[in-house]
Ligand binder design. Structure first.
Ligand SMILES: Cc1cc2nc3c(=O)[nH]c(=O)nc-3n(C[C@H](O)[C@H](O)[C@H](O)COP(=O)(O)OP(=O)(O)OC[C@H]3O[C@@H](n4cnc5c(N)ncnc54)[C@H](O)[C@@H]3O)c2cc1C
Ligand SMILES: *[C@@H]1O[C@H](CO)[C@@H](O)[C@H](O)[C@H]1NC(C)=O
Ligand SMILES: *[C@@H]1O[C@H](CO)[C@@H](O)[C@H](O)[C@H]1NC(C)=O
Ligand SMILES: *[C@@H]1O[C@H](CO)[C@@H](O)[C@H](O)[C@H]1NC(C)=O
Ligand SMILES: *[C@@H]1O[C@H](CO)[C@@H](O)[C@H](O)[C@H]1NC(C)=O
Ligand SMILES: *[C@@H]1O[C@H](CO)[C@@H](O)[C@H](O)[C@H]1NC(C)=O
Length: 562
């Protein structure tokens, strides 16, 4: 107690001076000298002028909206950047980083714009946007079976370019072709090759990043700590990733896909019950995603639950059917329900595109449809009893909407140690849940309805999912887990979501972050916080300032009451 009060006394002058030392700076229009700074700091051989879009520019809105992938963040009240830099050369990225710091302006980084919470292009305080979509080259080297892929490339482009070179190679990454490499690999990235080859970051062997000092670094020059951190520690905390070097993986020339649906009337309970035992333990060549959603029952006016099983098998349909008959007869998969195709065309199948469509559709950067959405995630470690499934159906039907995607783990995922990459969800997880709400009209009420729905389903699932911490996947960004204000409680605020996303890897991420970006320039609502002595002192001083003010108020009160 004595010690504490002497600390407070010692820190009193700092506390009083505090507002003077750290004045709030907020402007609402971009300073013209900021534009000057960008121009001055880019190479004359690569002029930045044509890459700068201020709110004065007639293309400002279309540039900003071009990569908004969640309509929740396309409203007139959504916080907009003061300026967008559509970098087309590394010097533009360097200029943005240097000038952002000089002008104390928050910078957001966007690659594919698929962030579920719009964190890559929305902020409540004045900010500018560094947009990476022009930096999207893909260089494949079949001799070493590797590729350099720039951050602004989409997964569809990566898959297309690989298939152009080889029928026997693929890459384990997301299912949706318009997702950007920059944000996806920064957060781990997974897809239907996960049980065979792990996540995307398990197949990254080098990277290029521009750090807070504007230096262009590769794996050797950044060192193994930073290289580790940018393989799953989440985007926007450590620097701007320019490119990742990936290792291609082997796929057979013929793969098999299927999608079959079973409602409760068609024994879905029994089949789902068996899926949870089979999907995480079956051959690594087989990935069976399960989607649960409410559907109309056969009788008019009734509701049921529909279970959709969508699969990728690295082999032919004959082997698949015999494997399924042996391990998962409850589904009753028939040969005629199987489609044999190439790996790259299986990507179309999984994205609900006719597999006969010309492959160039993978180069299209616009998603098939845009919607309003909310996502949350969970991990399941123990199988769920039939009685509990019945309860889940009841809850889903009561909520009427709300979708759950189950992605089975096991296989390669269980072999990789959880400290190997910041992405920690490895052995012991049976499957990951993604909770979904999708809607097609704006407005506060509709939005609240859908968000509540997802929240309630997530709450209902509490007894069946991981706890202490309740694990979550950083690519499925969910601001309900906590928001960082980057003030005095930054580390504590950061641990709220950080431990869910990264578990025991969180503290190592904080250490690396503190070392490589001590001024916390690269920050966002859920970035990795810094932990410094200054930070601790600032926290203590703020705390004591609050208690002094509180004390003064209390004294005054007592005086008045007397
Ligand atoms: C339709 C859809 C389908 C999806 N499917 C999958 C899936 O199958 N598997 C899966 O794992 N995930 C999936 N996701 C989630 C997706 O992986 C993440 O949203 C990912 O972060 C998106 O990357 P992006 O570049 O498109 O996003 P952005 O919104 O551009 O970025 C996401 C985050 O990364 C930061 N960031 C972006 N670029 C850089 C960079 N170059 N350097 C540093 N930081 C950067 C941003 O600031 C932001 O914090 C899906 C998302 C959507 C919307
Ligand atoms: C935008 O336009 C206003 C008024 O026309 C002008 O004062 C301001 O300097 C312009 N800003 C930039 C960044 O060009
Ligand atoms: C940019 O460079 C010019 C010429 O060197 C200089 O006059 C100007 O002050 C610089 N502006 C900024 C913002 O650095
Ligand atoms: C985003 O909002 C703008 C302005 O209201 C609108 O013109 C545009 O069509 C919207 N984008 C989408 C994809 O709905
Ligand atoms: C459901 O299972 C029962 C018993 O296992 C079986 O008799 C029945 O044919 C199945 N129904 C369907 C639609 O598969
Ligand atoms: C489900 O039934 C409702 C009426 O009960 C109807 O309005 C709706 O269109 C049906 N949905 C589908 C997908 O058939």
């Amino acid at each position: 107690m004595k010690e504490l009060s002497s600390t407070i006394l010692l820190l009193l002058p700092i506390a009083v001076l505090f507002p003077l030392l750290f004045p709030a700076s907020a402007t609402n229009s971009v300073d013209i000298t900021f534009v000057d700074c960008l121009v001055n700091h880019s190479e004359p051989s690569h002029p930045i002028t044509s890459a700068i879009f201020t709110s004065n520019s007639s293309s400002f809105s279309s540039v900003l909206q071009a990569y908004i992938r969640n309509l929740r963040f396309n409203t007139s009240t959504t916080g907009k950047p003061l300026l967008v830099v559509t970098a087309s050369h590394v010097s533009h990225v360097q200029a943005a980083i240097i000038c952002g710091q000089k002008h104390k302006l928050l910078m957001k980084i966007r690659s594919g714009g698929h962030d579920y919470e719009g964190v890559s292009y929305v902020a409540q305080e004045p900010f500018f946007l560094l947009d990476m979509f022009n930096l999207r080259s893909i260089e494949i080297d079949m001799e070493t079976e590797t590729a350099w892929v720039q951050a602004g490339a989409t997964l569809g482009e990566v898959y297309y370019r690989i298939a152009e070179k080889s029928k026997n190679h693929g890459f384990p990454a997301g299912v949706c072709p318009t997702v950007g490499v920059g944000g996806h690999i920064s957060g781990g990235g997974y897809g239907n090759l996960m049980r065979k080859y792990g996540t995307s970051v398990d197949n990254v062997i080098d990277a290029q990043i521009v750090d807070v000092q504007g230096r262009l670094l590769n794996r050797r020059s950044m060192g193994e700590d930073l290289f580790w951190a940018i393989k799953g520690g989440g985007g926007g905390s450590f620097g701007v990733v320019l490119a990742y070097k990936i290792r291609l993986v082997q796929v057979p020339e013929t793969v098999t896909v299927f999608q079959v649906e079973r409602t409760l009337e068609q024994n879905a309970t029994d089949i789902v019950y068996n899926w949870q035992h089979v999907a995480p333990t079956i051959s690594n060549d087989l990935f069976i995603r399960l989607i649960l959603e409410v559907a109309n029952g056969t009788q008019i006016g009734t509701k049921t639950v529909r279970a959709t099983f969508i699969a990728l098998f690295l082999g032919d349909s004959k082997s698949l059917v015999s494997l399924m008959n042996e391990k998962f007869p409850q589904l009753g998969l028939k040969q005629c329900e199987c489609v044999e195709t190439s790996w790259v065309r299986s990507v179309l199948f999984w994205d609900n595109i006719d597999i006969a469509t010309p492959l160039e559709i993978l180069l299209g950067r616009q998603p098939q449809s845009l919607k309003y959405l909310k996502r949350k995630s969970d991990y399941v470690k123990k199988t769920i009893s039939k009685e509990s499934w019945e309860g889940i159906w009841k809850k889903m039907i009561e909520l009427e909407k709300g979708i759950m995607y189950f992605n089975p783990y096991g296989g390669r995922m269980a072999e990789i140690a959880s400290k190997e990459t910041p992405f920690p969800h490895r052995a012991g997880n049976l499957w990951k849940i993604q909770y979904q709400a999708n809607w097609y009209e704006g407005g506060e009420e509709v939005t609240q309805y859908h968000i509540n729905l997802v929240t309630e389903l997530h709450k209902y699932m509490t007894p069946f999912v991981s706890k202490n911490p309740r694990q979550a996947f950083v690519c499925y960004k969910d601001l309900d887990l906590g928001i960082n204000h980057h003030g005095f409680y930054s580390y504590f605020e950061g641990s709220a979501y950080g431990v869910n996303y990264f578990m025991d890897n969180f503290n190592r991420l904080v250490q690396i972050k503190t070392k490589v970006d001590p001024s916390n320039f690269f920050r966002s609502e859920q970035s990795i916080p810094i932990m410094t002595h200054v930070g601790i002192v600032r926290m203590v001083t703020e705390k004591s300032l609050v208690s002094i003010l509180f004390g003064l108020c209390a004294l005054n009160w007592i005086r008045i009451l007397k």
